[in-house]
Design a binder for this molecule. Sequence first.
Ligand code: DGL
Length: 249
Amino acid sequence: MIGIFDSGTGGLSVFREIFRLLPEERYIYYSDNANCPYGEKTKEFITDRARAISSFLIGQGADIIVVACNTATAAAISSLRAEFPICFIGMEPAVKPAAQKTRTGVVGVLATAGTLKASKYIDTREKWAQDVKIVEHIGQGFVELVENGILEGPEAETIVEKSIRPLIEAGADTIVLGCTHYPFLAETIRKTAGCPVELIDSAPAVAKHLLEVMQEKGLIHMDGFSMTLHSSGDSTTLERIYNNLIQTI
Ligand code: DGL
C-alpha cells in the first residue's frame, strides 16, 4: 500500500499523477491540516510530525511513503530514511527543467519559506541554475486558499496576483511550483500572470520515479484501487477536492 502525506490537501496534486501511472494500487493519504501550514514552522516541529505520521501510515500497512510536501521533504526526509526501514520518495522544486525551458533566461520559483531556505533547495539551485536568473517568492496565502477550497474567483485572484506580479515583472516566463498545494491554483496563476507562462510541477517526475522504485523493489501489488483519507483536522475540503479529482482524472 502506498502511503502519502502532506501538511494538508496539497499532496493530492501528487497523488493525481501517481494514480495515472498506478491505478490498481491501494493508497492511504494523511493530511496534517490541524498543523497546516508547515511553511513557517521549525525543522524540529516538521520532523516530529513527519515521524509520527510515517509511523501511523506504516502501522496501517504502507510499504512505501511519498512525502508529498516540499517543505517536509526538505526538513525531514533524511531523518525518516534513517529511522524507518521502508523507502521514502520526496519532492523537490523542479529547478532543472525550468532552467532548461526558459527563453527569457528568468525562472520564477514559488515555494514556502521553509523550502526556499533549506540547503536541499539551495544546493539544487546552485547546481542547475547557474546560467539563468532565479527570482524567488513565497506563495503568500496560497496554502490557506487551497485549504479553504478557494481555487478560483476574485478572492483567489487578488491573493495570487500579489506573489505572481513580482515574478512577471522580473521577466520570468517559466515558474516552478515548489509547493504541492500550488498546482490546484494553476488556472488562477495563469490568469493573474496576464501573459503566457510555463508552470513547472515536479509531481509527474516524482510519480515516474516512484513507479521505477516500486518496480525495482517488487512493491507493485495491483490488488485493486482503494483510497483511505485521514486528517488531523476537519476533513471537508480534503474530501471535496479528492472527490472532484478522482472523477476528473
Ligand atoms: N504542500 C506543502 C509543500 O509542498 C506545504 C505547504 C505548507 O504547509 O506550508 O511545501
